[in-house]
Design a protein around this ligand. Structure first.
Ligand SMILES: [Fe+2]
Length: 237
């Protein structure tokens, strides 16, 4: 079971589409079993850009899970990709795994908030069922990069409690937002942050600051025998 996670596409014109297409050519060769998109799909002209993106993603022929990011429009996403009223929380079941998308955006803000989705997530995880991989946009963990700690997903303690209560039914949690691949732990499970398809962000930590040198990329989550291994893929020109 291979789940391709694309993130931070930031469609806003020709060069963003070229970067996306370069990555999608690699993804098409992979033939993933599912595709998850963890937010920041388009910067502007939301409905039109989402329609362009949806056509490209559907051409991959895999089940699709999409969650919004801070630059997205919930209304336009609902219009193009479908979804419930209110937060665009989603579940996609594929190959004995549940992909759970959490809509933690706060319209008009860069940070997210898990509080409004906790009850819904608890219900999903309470029902037993297949092992789950969670996707959201803003990072629910301390990333260690000072300038980004304030644009995190708030109420992470509540989110951690819900995940911890689910025990080993949660395989991992993965986000986007910071345009850098990162690996840590959150609520006792592996926590990852996907590289961006838009330009990557540099590393700034403990007083050191370096510009980004990485090409765009994605994560591929490989679930086999109940074990999760996450691969980082960079797609150079
Ligand atoms: Fe973002």
């Amino acid at each position: 079971m291979l789940i391709a996670q694309l993130s931070d596409i930031h469609l806003d014109g020709v060069s963003s589409l070229q970067r996306l297409d370069r990555v999608l050519r690699w993804v098409a060769e992979l033939r993933p079993d599912a595709v998850a998109v963890s937010g920041d799909l388009a910067n502007n002209s939301h409905a039109a850009n989402y329609a362009v993106l949806k056509a490209r993603l559907e051409a991959l022929g895999a089940p699709l899970l999409v969650v919004p990011g801070n630059v997205d429009s919930r209304e336009a996403m609902r219009e193009v990709f479908g979804g419930p009223d209110g937060p665009l929380n989603r579940v996609v079941e594929v190959g004995g795994i549940r992909l759970i998308g959490l809509d933690v955006i706060v319209p008009g803000a860069a940070h997210g908030d898990a509080a409004p989705v906790l009850g819904w997530l608890e219900t999903q995880l309470d029902s037993g069922g297949a092992p789950a991989l969670l996707f959201l946009h803003q990072h629910p963990f301390d990333c260690g990069m000072d300038q980004y700690e304030t644009i995190d997903c708030r109420n992470k303690e509540g989110l951690a409690a819900v995940i911890e209560a689910a025990g080993d039914r949660v395989l991992g949690i993965s986000c986007g937002h910071l345009h850098r691949p990162m690996f840590t732990r959150f609520a006792g499970v592996p926590a990852t942050l996907a590289p961006a398809i838009a330009p990557m962000g540099g590393l700034a930590a403990d007083g050191r600051k370096l510009p980004a040198t990485d090409p765009p990329g994605l994560l591929v989550h490989h679930v086999k025998g109940g074990n999760l291994v996450t691969h980082v893929i960079s797609v150079s020109g």
